[in-house]
Design a protein around this ligand. Structure first.
Ligand code: NAD
Length: 479
């Protein structure tokens, strides 16, 4: 661990517990992945801080629950306005802790605010199932109580905003925990939230995986909104079972893009490249496998390799950087392991593949052709800037190979004939199948995974109702 004079390290961070901005006896060091150096330190919550946050949230719950949707929406929109006002400052911090280019950090904050505002415009109304002379049956929705929201390091603000807004808008109070690798922006989000919500409604705790485990076991938490890896998601579900907490699990993916024989490879290569490599591939719904028809295979490989060679890799603070570093050392080592395995198993590297010797966690965008279907790069979620291009001659075979995975987050089909592509897309075993685009979400469209990529959906009425319990009220009109 590098030694720094104390003045080099930012320490202006606090937890938000029951309306108070406070410190804690323990702390977390945060590393800038572009340099490999610690640049900030923040308080880390233990069990004591968690208990206080949960108690505060439970106390705040009845008052928040009994506010109208319109009043809660107004406060959330106030938070969104403040997010936009603090965009530059937050984006800079996000780039420092996460690594992504500054322009993409700004986009993440805009997206978080826009999607949150969008969610607060979705009406939740009781449904009359039956109403006649004898009886009236109504389906109502009521909030669950306290939601624990646990987020990963790849898009900490945007991945907090969706579940946070969903929980709050529907009348729940929240304890929010970011990844220990990227706690800072979320703590700043807590600081901003403090101005907009009554005491105890929003609590933000930084901490390690243990804190996440304690949250999933805590009897005062009624629902867990978890975004992260499949492995941790399974542990969350097992722990939640003990108190029958509701769960929404947004987990990993191994998205396939199937490219049909009628595309113009040069025209689609930049789109496929961006959807694969944005945030250096550290996106749950990034394209992680490309299946290309043999008729367009060579031309597409060449065009993708051109894109990879053109892309500027570097610190996210440099204005012309397109791809930043891998976010943390563990993930960097994992990606290097996959690269080694790719070379060993005979994959043909068309661009990238050579890792620079720097203190930052940089891996150049790497395009791999002719790789064994059973290699780690094809089977696992690489979550990094290495993408395999695999050849097919028969569409049914491509579909079978695309579906031959435990993951089922999303996928796409690319063709100059959208109807033909849509027919194939409808056979992908995924939560979202796109045609001629990839990686698009919005407040009104449900998003989530099939198979081991998750349980439940975020966004849309469906995502909001995951923070509500249905209640049937059945009234006999004569006694
Ligand atoms: P991770 O599972 O290691 O950690 C995610 C969060 O869970 C962190 O806050 C961590 O501290 C906490 N945690 C870890 N173990 C826990 C446990 N047993 N109980 C409770 N909390 C626990 O994931 P990561 O490495 O931070 O993120 C990368 C993964 O997230 C990738 O697999 C990616 O695909 C996935 N992801 C999914 C989506 C989606 O919407 N489906 C979005 C972004 C990322």
């Amino acid at each position: 661990m590098p030694v720094h004079p104390a003045t080099d390290i930012r320490t202006d961070f606090t937890l938000l517990i029951d309306g108070a901005a406070i410190g804690a006896p323990h702390s977390l060091d945060v590393i800038n992945p572009a340099t490999g150096q610690v640049f900030a330190r923040c308080p880390a919550a233990g069990r004591v801080e968690l208990d206080r946050a949960v108690e505060g949230a439970r106390r705040a719950f009845p008052g928040w629950r009994d506010m109208s949707f319109a009043d809660r929406a107004e406060r959330i929109r106030g938070l969104c306005q403040s997010l936009k006002q603090h965009q530059d400052e937050l984006a800079h911090l996000l780039t420092m802790e996460q690594g992504k280019p500054l322009s993409q950090a700004k986009d993440e904050i805009t997206r978080a605010a826009t999607q949150s505002e969008g969610l607060t415009r979705i009406p939740i109304v009781p449904q009359v199932i039956e109403d006649n002379d004898q009886r009236r049956i109504e389906l109502q929705w009521f909030p669950l109580g306290v939601a624990g929201i646990i987020t990963p390091w790849n898009a900490p603000i945007n991945l907090a905003a969706g579940p946070l807004t969903s929980a709050l808008y529907t009348g729940n109070c929240v304890v929010l925990k970011p990844s220990p690798y990227t706690p800072l922006c979320t703590l700043k989000l807590g600081e901003i939230a403090r101005e907009h919500f009554p005491r105890g409604v929003v609590n933000v705790l930084a901490g390690g995986d243990d804190l996440g485990r304690w949250m999933t076991e805590h009897p005062g938490i009624d629902k867990v909104g978890f975004t992260g890896s499949v492995e941790a998601g399974k542990q969350v579900m097992a722990a939640a079972a003990k108190t029958l907490k509701r769960v929404t699990l947004e987990l990993g993916g191994n998205d396939a893009a199937i490219v049909l024989d009628d595309v113009d490879p040069k025209a689609i290569a930049p789109k496929l490249f961006f959807a694969s490599f944005v945030n250096s591939g550290q996106v749950c719904m990034a394209i992680k496998r490309i299946y290309a028809h043999e008729r367009v295979y060579d031309a597409l490989c060449a065009a993708l390799a051109d894109e990879a060679r053109k892309a500027k890799v570097g610190s996210g603070l440099e204005p012309d950087t397109q791809l930043g570093p891998i976010q943390n050392r563990e993930q960097y080592d994992r990606v290097l392991g996959i690269l080694e395995d790719t070379k060993r198993s005979g994959g043909r590297i068309l661009a990238g593949g050579e890792v620079p010797a720097t203190d930052g966690y940089f891996v150049p965008p790497t395009i791999v052709a002719d790789i064994d279907e059973h290699s780690r790069l094809v089977r696992e979620e690489q979550f990094g800037p290495i993408v395999p291009v695999l050849k097919f001659s028969d569409e049914d075979d491509a579909l079978r190979r695309a579906n031959d995975t435990r993951y089922g987050l999303s996928g796409s089909v690319w063709s100059s004939n959208p109807e033909r592509a849509a027919a194939l897309a409808s056979r992908l075993e995924v939560g979202t199948a796109w045609v001629n685009h990839h990686r698009a979400t919005s407040a009104t469209v449900p998003f989530g995974g099939a198979k081991e990529s998750g349980i439940g959906r975020v966004y849309s009425e469906m995502g909001l109702k995951a923070y509500l319990e249905p209640r049937v009220v059945s009234v006999l009109k004569s006694s």
